[in-house]
Ligand binder design. Structure first.
Ligand SMILES: [Zn+2]
Length: 210
């Protein structure tokens, strides 16, 4: 065999082995709402009730649920996540946005300037959100230690292969590094269904080969 070909095969095998440890859990986030304390007060008359801790430390699912009302449709029993934030933000999939009849852009959490609003209703109140309806951009939470072992940096955009049966390579995945995070990639249900996601699914960062 041509030595060049053998060399290429060896390089490819080494590169594969090098990537073997680069796996991370992948979680699917359903549609949900983050409320400001003021909006939580308007909707529920008091602070939010923690019913279950989520994978990211300090984040929790609330007992409270809301109804989202858009120009064309509504979504019932939408999850509320705590703790309260400075600004209310609603995160839905593109399928949900279409159902609501709203043109929600893909944005990273917190980047809500110029996004559409939506009505958020509870049994006792209604909040007219002026802006804050987004389709969350796919991202990975990790600690500085994870970042160094995965050889990536905060705010870096990477590609990640997810799934086995019908794997998909997701591009433009934002790396978010903080000591308060736990390693996990977050995608929404449209993306999860696209790659036949199950709770056992894992993702692998793909480095561009030169
Ligand atoms: Zn996340």
């Amino acid at each position: 065999m041509d030595t060049q070909i053998v060399k290429k095969i060896i390089e490819d095998v080494v590169a594969e082995l090098g990537e073997a440890d680069n796996t991370m859990p992948v979680e699917v986030s359903g549609r949900h709402v983050h409320l400001s304390s003021e909006d939580a007060e308007k909707l529920f008359g008091g602070p939010l009730t923690n019913v279950r801790e989520l994978s990211q430390p300090g984040q929790f699912l609330c007992k409270e649920r809301v109804r989202l009302i858009g120009p064309k449709g509504l979504l019932e029993k939408v999850a509320v996540l705590g703790p309260a934030r400075d600004e209310t933000q609603v995160e839905v999939s593109l399928t949900d946005a279409r159902l609501l009849g709203a043109k929600a852009p893909v944005r990273q959490s917190g980047d809500i300037s110029g996004t559409p609003g939506v009505l958020i209703a509870s049994e006792r109140g209604i909040v007219e959100l002026k802006e804050g309806l987004i389709v969350p951009g796919r991202h990975i939470h990790m600690t500085p230690e994870d970042a160094s072992s995965l050889n990536v940096a905060d705010k870096e955009m990477v590609s990640v292969r997810v799934g086995r049966v019908r794997s998909v390579v997701f591009e433009d995945v934002l790396v978010r590094v903080s000591n308060s995070y736990r390693l996990s990639m977050h995608i929404d249900f449209d993306e999860g269904n696209a790659c036949s996601w199950t709770p056992e699914s894992s993702g692998r960062i793909i480095k561009k080969r030169k």
